[in-house]
Design a protein. Structure first.
Length: 426
């Protein structure tokens, strides 16, 4: 009887397949990890023959220590995610690497570019489990490393699901930035031949030495292993569940294109430049009494009563089109409860559900009506970035008027007065 962890050859009505059996929650299906690394489900009714050919072994993962070389120094912050994991074939579960040096073995070429001075591991978690206190911890470690003369920059490895939230948080929490802060990832675990970690880490190493003093996300620009984009931390978003080039710049061109050989082509010249005379300051605070809501047709405004009763301080609403939701023409009129929430001291902001483009409350009467109620229209700011920014500002206990002012002030490149046509679906 074949068990999870067995290497099997399966003959079905249509084809022959070979791979490793994984645990299946559906008794009618066999779950097989193919030699290519992909998982497929096979109906047991279609199986004509199944032969066990051996046991999958979780081989010791190679480890590579950074050797002292006459190269520029950087430091790594390892936080978890797929880039820090590998598959356990017996359980089907993902396991963390046993030591951070194993990450270097994936991209040994990094050590011909930079001297890794220090590897910090504040925690190892999937990015879906990230909370604001994790952002604060990363920010404090990052600032400490950036203020060391031995470091020319830092690279932070992170899971993909909430990587753009962390990038936005660090963009606001690290003030007076003097060097490059890179966040990178892998959509496919390190034990897969198609892992994107190699190129992402190599390009990140090159980017960390650049003249760009920004919080940037560096990752595959295409589905091929040819080059990466460096994208501003407040203008990037995960746009695909599984593609290696999942992260795309939104409403902005990427800052740069980077290849494996270290060639850096600047695409967007609007960036802060390296100045190692500066000293990075940590401004890491966050209020957890904040929500991100998506408006949809028929959405019940009574949800706002929940946040009023729970004494929330801020709400970002992803609105339709140019910044619309149901008002006086609808039986689901949101305006009375929006006004109630604002009168209770809750700051309500509008962000574009369309992701691309800019809100404009002046085109239609609906937008003007919503804005008149006290809602702040956040122009082209991404909803996730708006959530992070508002939570960060509320953590400072500024006055309501000051927060309104700062939400519309460009602090970390989160607002663009002009959006290039080339930036759409770049």
């Amino acid at each position: 009887m074949a068990k999870a962890g067995d290497i099997v050859k399966i003959k079905t009505i249509k084809e022959e397949l070979k791979g490793t059996l994984l645990p299946s929650l559906d008794p009618s299906l066999l779950l097989l990890k193919l030699e290519s690394g992909y998982n497929i489900g096979i109906s047991k009714k279609e199986v004509q023959q199944l032969r066990v050919e051996g046991k999958a072994k979780l081989e010791a993962f190679p480890s590579l220590k950074a050797k002292q070389k006459n190269l520029p120094g950087i430091s790594l912050i390892v936080t978890g995610g797929t880039i820090s994991s590998r598959l356990d074939y017996k359980t089907g579960a993902v396991k963390w690497l046993s030591k951070p040096e194993e990450l270097l073995a994936v991209a040994p070429g990094m050590l011909n570019i930079v001297n890794v001075k220090k590897i910090e591991v504040p925690f190892l978690i999937g990015s879906e489990n990230m909370v604001p206190k994790n952002w604060i911890k990363i920010a404090k470690i990052a600032a400490k490393l950036l203020n060391k003369k031995e470091n020319k920059g830092i690279i932070i490895t992170h899971g993909t699901d909430t990587l753009h939230y962390t990038a936005a948080a660090l963009s606001f929490m690290l003030k007076n930035l003097n060097k490059t802060v890179i966040l990178t990832y892998s959509q496919r675990s390190l034990d897969r031949g198609s892992s994107d970690a190699l190129l992402n880490l190599t390009c990140s190493a090159h980017a960390s030495l650049s003249d760009i003093a920004e919080v940037m996300l560096v990752g595959h620009a295409t589905s091929q292993d040819n080059y990466c984009f460096a994208m501003r931390g407040t203008k990037v978003r995960k746009m695909h569940t599984s593609r290696r080039d999942t992260f795309r710049p939104i409403n902005e061109l990427p800052i740069a294109k980077i290849d494996e050989q270290g060639k850096i082509n600047i695409i967007n010249k609007e960036f802060k430049r390296r100045d190692e005379k500066k000293r990075v300051q940590v401004d890491a605070t966050f209020s957890d009494k904040i929500a991100l809501l998506k408006y949809y047709p028929g959405a019940d405004p009574d949800i706002l009563n929940y946040y009023i009763n729970k004494r929330y301080k801020g709400i970002i609403v992803e609105m339709l089109g140019l910044g619309h939701l149901a008002t006086s023409e609808s039986e689901m009129n949101w305006l009375p409860l929006i006004k109630k929430a604002i009168n209770k001291g809750i700051i309500i902001c509008a962000a574009p559900q369309t992701i691309y483009g800019r809100l404009d409350p002046y085109v239609y009467s609906t937008g003007r009506e919503i804005q008149a109620s006290g809602v702040i229209y956040l122009e082209d700011m991404l909803p996730e970035v708006a959530y992070v920014k508002l939570g960060w500002l509320l953590g400072h206990r500024y006055s309501k008027e000051k927060i309104k002012e700062l939400m519309l002030k460009n602090i970390a490149g989160e607002l663009n007065k002009k959006i290039s046509e080339k930036a759409f679906l770049y």
